[in-house]
Design a protein around this ligand. Structure first.
Ligand code: FES
Length: 208
């Protein structure tokens, strides 16, 4: 290749005009993909757009239906605490260090209430720690925590109780190892783990 040709094309044989042509094609291709994605999103999004103002939702909590008015961005945790005054689930969520103190049960599974929107859990069965006591009727996990001195601080205990309840619902014949693994989503390390696992083991063995 002649010297002027090398300057025009550069050492790789790729000149500025080629580059601009290639860039234009890439931009055009991106525009097509974006338009397709938008069309697809519109097609899929046949559900009406919600918000940004408040919308009516119905939540089934502890066996009762509650009609609320919330912004679509409202978390289930905030709806439970601020609107239904169910403050057993705690708000320690700063987006990086959820310790599990906001654990509730949705359709039988332990869930962090701060990770769900109120608007998306309509029609599901939501259970909070308040449901574990009904007058003199006390869930064996609650009484087991007392018996085995498994209480952590007031902030952390309700979440651990709910995690234990959900775990035992799903694994009523769990081993010690399974209990330890299954409760790993609650991460306070202040102690009382021995009491918590002793409580769960006793329930597994039917002795609570
Ligand atoms: S911070 Fe609550 S028991 Fe550790």
């Amino acid at each position: 290749m002649q010297e002027h040709e090398q300057q025009r094309h550069g050492p790789g044989g790729f000149n500025r005009r080629d580059f601009l042509k290639g860039s234009s094609a890439a931009v055009a291709a991106t525009a097509i993909v974006t338009a397709e994605q938008e069309a697809l999103a519109q097609k899929k999004g046949s559900a009406p757009v919600q918000g940004p103002g408040k919308v009516d939702v119905t939540l089934t909590v502890n066996g009762k239906q509650h009609k609320l008015s919330v912004e679509p961005r409202t978390t289930l945790l905030d709806a439970l605490r601020d609107q239904l005054n169910l403050t057993g689930c705690k708000d320690d969520f700063d987006t990086t260090s959820c310790s599990g103190s906001d654990t509730i049960i949705i359709d039988g599974k332990a869930v962090y209430a701060s990770t769900r929107l109120a608007i998306e859990v309509q029609g599901q069965q939501i259970q909070t720690v308040e449901s574990l006591r009904n007058g003199n009727n006390i869930d064996e996990v609650l009484s087991g925590f007392v018996k085995h001195d498994a209480m952590q601080c007031g902030f952390c205990t309700p979440g651990f109780v709910m995690a234990t309840r959900a775990f035992l619902n799903q694994k009523p014949k769990a081993t010690l190892k399974e209990i330890q693994d299954g409760l790993g989503g609650n991460i306070c390390r202040c102690g009382t783990y021995k009491g918590i696992t002793a409580c769960a083991l006793e329930i597994v063995k039917g002795g609570a």
